[in-house]
Structures are given as structure tokens and as C-alpha cells.
Design a protein around this ligand. Sequence first.
Ligand SMILES: [Zn+2]
Length: 165
Amino acid sequence: MQPGAITPQGYLMMALIATGGTYIAVRLTRAIGARSVPPTSHESDEPKPIPMRSLFQLHQTARWAIRWLTYLVFVAVLIQKSRYATAGMPLKVAAITWVCLTLPLGLFILAFEIYLRCNSCGRRLLIKTVDQTAFPSPLRQQVSRTGMLQCMHCGQRYLVKTVQS
Ligand SMILES: [Zn+2]
């Protein structure tokens, strides 16, 4: 094996570190959110256009891309383990593509989720900071089907797509 090559144990270790980090982040935000007071409901207000709509759509695409890139790595691992393996190429190409794309996309997703706030209650639209929100998280809402999402804190509705008339 060449020096610097990542072993399966190495990948597993990175996955474990990432999972541990995520777990700590979730516990921390929940500890902070436990003291927060629910905002006034804006559920019956007129739907507003989502702030920074094109960036929001880019965010949705980036999340979708990361999901499929991860599947791609799994497929490459399966190919690597099968008798169709050709000198380590599929896994190497998939892993390099995954790292090169996932890192910038992930940073963009994180930055955008921190930046995007609800116009009505001022809380972050896409980051769940309390254990129990009044409405489901926008990431669990059928945004692409309904063309609308709802603030999980105050219920303000946002139009995500341009309305076709
Ligand atoms: Zn809100």
C-alpha cells in the first residue's frame, strides 16, 4: 500500500468522529434551546416569498447532491469488493470526487443555514435549536411538492417557488 492511502479503518474512524461531533453539536444546541421561549404564532399570516430564493434553491440542490455522492461512494465500495474491481479506480475516483464536492457544498449549506432567518420571528429557518418546535422542521416538510415551507418556530409560511399563473 502506498503511504498516505486511507484504509477502510481510516474511513470508519472519520465517520465515527463525524458522528460524535454531530451528536455533541445536537446536545449543545438542545441545552441552549431548552431555555428559549416560543415566539408568537404567525401561522395565519399571508405566505411570504422566501428570503434569498435562488440561494435557497442552491441549498436544496447541494443537499440532494451530497446525498447522491454518498450513495456513489457506497456503490464504489461495493464494486471495489466485487470481482469487477479494476485496480482500485472506482473507489479512489468516488472518494476524491466525494471529498472535493462534499466539503465546499457542506460549508455552503452550513453557512446558509446559519444565515437564513425567519422574517417574522427572527429565528433560523433551517436549524433546529430546540427539542420541540411548534411545527415540523422545514427539512422534513414536503417543500418541493407544495412549493411552500413553514417556519418551525412561529408557523410563518414561505413561498419557495415562483407561482405559475
Ligand atoms: Zn418564524
